[in-house]
Ligand binder design. Structure first.
Ligand code: SF4
Length: 221
């Protein structure tokens, strides 16, 4: 039988701005939702060349987080556009957590409405600790941490998630200072996290005034 794969845009450790603690971040490649003003438009096209064996992704996770990690955040792209690969990844993470006696949480973003996910992907939801569903809406700036827009919220699906995230549910965004993280890898600069409205335009403007033109950016195509 063919081993399951998942198209991946990027992976990073440690991610500290998308969930509690120091986390593994996995961004899938491919999103069919196309929210207006999405800042990750580089993840939209499906690209079979970016398909990685789930076993290799799990091996990388175990390697980078050998000392342990607080969580795994899966974003994109749209993770639920690759349900088979996502299922294999989640099952592998569960097996790793169980066998190694770890307690990391698994948080997943989706641009699909909760009702759609419940109707089509209940078995996948059962493998998550935290879900942040619903599409990005530019006109609704977020008031909650780790959400891209105000129609989104953290859904705590397990006792582990309740214990770890309950204090953050009503934490005003302004009180949570960490928004963005920068990583430089493979000749690319990655902005990780949830920018405030206008942050990316401002960044571009500042770069421009210092003589740096951003040729390829993920927030427009
Ligand atoms: S915000 Fe997420 S769901 Fe919406 S288009 Fe961007 S990657 Fe897709």
């Amino acid at each position: 039988m063919k081993s399951p794969t998942l198209q991946i845009n990027k992976a990073h450790y440690p991610v500290t701005v998308l969930g509690v603690g120091r986390r593994i971040g996995l961004w899938v490649q491919g999103c069919s939702i196309h929210c207006k003003h999405c800042v990750s438009q580089d993840t939209w096209p499906s690209d079979p060349k970016r398909a990685l064996a789930v076993a290799a992704i799990l091996a990388w996770c175990r390697k980078v987080a050998a000392e342990g990690c607080d969580g795994v955040t899966i974003s994109g792209g749209e993770p639920f556009d690759q349900p088979q690969g996502l299922r294999a990844l989640l099952q592998g993470l569960h097996a790793w957590r169980r066998q190694a006696g770890l307690d990391f949480d698994i948080l997943c973003y989706s641009g699909y409405p909760l009702k759609t996910l419940q109707a089509k992907h209940a078995k996948l939801l059962a493998l998550l600790d935290v879900l942040i569903p619903e599409p990005y809406i530019e006109a609704a700036p977020p008031r909650k941490v780790w959400c891209g827009s105000d129609n989104q919220s953290l859904l705590l699906l397990t006792p582990r998630a309740q214990a770890r995230y309950a204090d953050y549910l009503n934490l005003p965004l302004a009180e949570y200072g960490k928004r963005m993280q920068v990583a430089v890898e493979g000749g690319r600069v990655w902005m990780i996290g949830i920018p405030a409205r206008g942050d990316m335009a401002q960044l571009e403007e500042i770069c421009q005034t210092r003589g740096v033109t951003l040729a390829e950016v993920s927030w427009r195509r």
